[in-house]
Design a protein around this ligand. Structure first.
Ligand SMILES: C[S@@+](CC[C@H](N)C(=O)[O-])C[C@H]1O[C@@H](n2cnc3c(N)ncnc32)[C@H](O)[C@@H]1O
Length: 531
């Protein structure tokens, strides 16, 4: 009887994709470009192992494939190793660290697996004082950091509940609970919290604290279904879906705390979540800065009480930059900031200026302009030349746009933008008058263009409607001003100049009736700002 060498066993594309933790398309591509060799047109385990072992020395792979591969781990074998570790005397804490550090960045990113550092967990749970008989939930508990801290604070392990879709994480959490309390928990469940059956949702919790997956990819129809189930409106990022789903199981007078990406606090798509949060009593906002290695996004938290905010409209919120400073802001002071942005870095006094200037007569760019993006060539190196030649015209990058000025052209492109991947309506580039502005920037830098210039996608543009009551030069002076930049920073605190942010800014058209030309001084006088 011949026994087949297991190495030569046929592996399906699906299996290969799973082992290498990439999409099936990547496997197809690697087979097609020869990076992943097959044996007589059959993909075997040996082919996969060879690919994994030899890959880093291989010169054949494209740099993209290379980058992709460096970012892989073998999830199946890691899971097996973790299962073995769980049966040894290795501590749950150590297994947790080992597991998290063995996951590749791309996997962590895709699944939203960034476990919360201990100092943040402690800080977020510090307001938990009553523990007797209280029920605690982490709806996506990972390896149990919040849960273990809740036990340390005195909550009974039998009153602690957790969900996670990752069975390794669930097993680690259970081991840690057992180690710290001796309790064999049945309440830590491997399941999708967003997809809980109605019966499971009938339980209510006194405390819900977590760091949910941020920006995890869900199918569009799934996101829409969750939005309906949880009344999440347009806030359908996984982080806000977890917020809305948690609210449904929070007791009256319960406490909820979440660690979230900074976008939750200032980006339009989270506006519905912020509006919902404003109906609770918010206790704290905390900026923890760049809390996760390898993640650019800042981590920020809120802690709130489910009691309706109308019960106490004078509620003060502790606004904190972790370990740096804190001040108090009334919850009311956030209510008339555009898009309900939580600009909690700003002190109440400065915020009063924002509210006061928004109460002055103003118009905005919303519905008063046509907007266009800069050109995406798809290959700047090929399509943008450093020297002018026949048939080429200048094209400007965001950094070439200066306050009311433009750097000398240093890039040139085909005058018909031939070959470019994405181009706005040509009428917008060719408009007799337009405003061009930097896109990647923490301040507004714009220029009034009357020469139909082209811009690359680090810049954007808008063309005013004909009846806009402020001239282009006046508008550009205003937008470039120190005052408007202070306003922009104080509200949006961002590194991108988004159309929707520009559309929310007040344009003081009456000021230009009084003072035809702009100056910082007369603007401050008009707005009655003394400081
Ligand atoms: C950012 S981690 C945080 C884990 C833990 N709460 C902490 O703070 O350390 C998010 C966790 O959500 C889990 N997760 C992702 N989607 C989930 C879902 N639909 N239901 C339950 N857990 C989920 C991931 O497996 C991951 O462990």
């Amino acid at each position: 009887m011949s026994v087949m060498n297991p190495e030569l066993k046929k592996i399906t594309i699906k299996d290969a994709a799973e082992q290498l933790n990439v999409s099936a398309v990547s496997i197809h591509n690697w087979i097609k470009d020869g990076s992943l060799q097959t044996t007589n047109n059959i993909l075997t385990q040996k082919n996969i192992d060879d690919f994994r072992d030899n890959f880093l020395n291989s010169k054949k792979l494209s740099s993209r494939a290379n980058k992709q591969y460096k970012d892989l781990h073998n999830h199946k074998s890691l899971s097996e190793e973790i299962k073995k570790d769980l049966r040894t005397s290795m501590s749950g804490d150590d297994i947790s660290s080992k597991y998290e550090s063995s996951l590749s960045e791309s996997y962590k990113n895709k699944e939203g697996i960034y476990y919360t550092p201990q100092h943040i967990v402690e800080d977020m749970l510090k307001s938990i004082d009553e523990t007797e008989g209280k029920l605690f939930l982490d709806p996506c508990c990972g390896s149990g950091n919040f849960i273990i801290e809740a036990i340390k604070k005195g909550i009974s392990p039998k009153n602690i509940y957790g969900f996670d879709t990752d069975e390794n994480a669930v097993a680690i959490t259970k081991k840690r609970i057992k180690e710290i309390s001796g309790y064999d928990s049945k309440n830590i469940i491997c399941a999708d919290f967003l997809n809980q059956k109605p019966k499971a949702k009938s339980q209510r919790f006194d405390y819900i604290f977590t760091n949910p997956p941020w920006g995890k990819k869900l199918k569009r129809n799934e996101r829409e279904r969750f939005s309906l189930i949880y009344d999440a409106g347009n806030s359908i990022d996984t982080s806000s879906l977890f917020y809305f789903a948690s609210l449904k199981v929070l007791k009256e007078n319960g406490k909820i705390g979440m660690l979230l990406p900074d976008s939750f606090f200032n980006i339009t798509s989270f506006e519905d979540a912020r509006k919902s949060l404003m109906t609770l009593q918010i206790d704290r906002f905390v900026d923890y800065g760049n809390a996760f290695k390898g993640l650019m996004t800042k981590a920020m938290a809120f802690v709130a009480n489910s009691q309706q905010s109308t019960v106490n409209s004078q509620q003060m919120i502790s606004c904190e930059i972790y370990n740096v400073k804190k001040h108090l802001r009334s919850q009311n002071s956030f209510s008339d900031i555009p898009k309900c942005i939580f600009n909690f870095h700003i002190e109440e006094k400065e915020n009063d200026i924002i509210r006061a200037v928004f109460s002055m007569p103003h118009i905005s760019l919303k519905d008063n302009a046509k907007w266009g993006l800069g050109v995406i060539t798809g290959n700047n190196e090929k399509l943008c030349r450093k020297e002018r030649a026949e048939g080429l015209v200048p094209i400007y990058r965001g950094k070439d746009i200066l306050k009311n000025d433009l750097a000398a052209p240093s890039l040139y492109i085909d005058e018909n933008l031939e070959g470019s991947r994405q181009v706005a309506d040509m009428d917008l580039y060719k408009a007799p008058e337009k405003v061009i502005y930097r896109f990647i920037s923490n301040k507004i830098v714009c220029f009034y263009d009357t020469e139909q210039r082209y811009i690359l996608n680090s810049a954007n543009l808008f063309v005013l409607n004909e009846d806009f009551p402020v001239t282009y030069s006046q508008l550009v002076d205003l937008l470039n001003s120190d005052f408007m930049n202070w306003l922009f920073r104080s509200i949006f605190n961002t590194h991108k100049v988004l159309r929707s942010d520009l559309e929310s800014l007040p344009i003081f058209h009456e000021y230009f009736r009084k003072y035809e030309t702009f100056s910082e001084e007369t603007l401050r006088k008009y707005l009655q700002i003394n400081a």
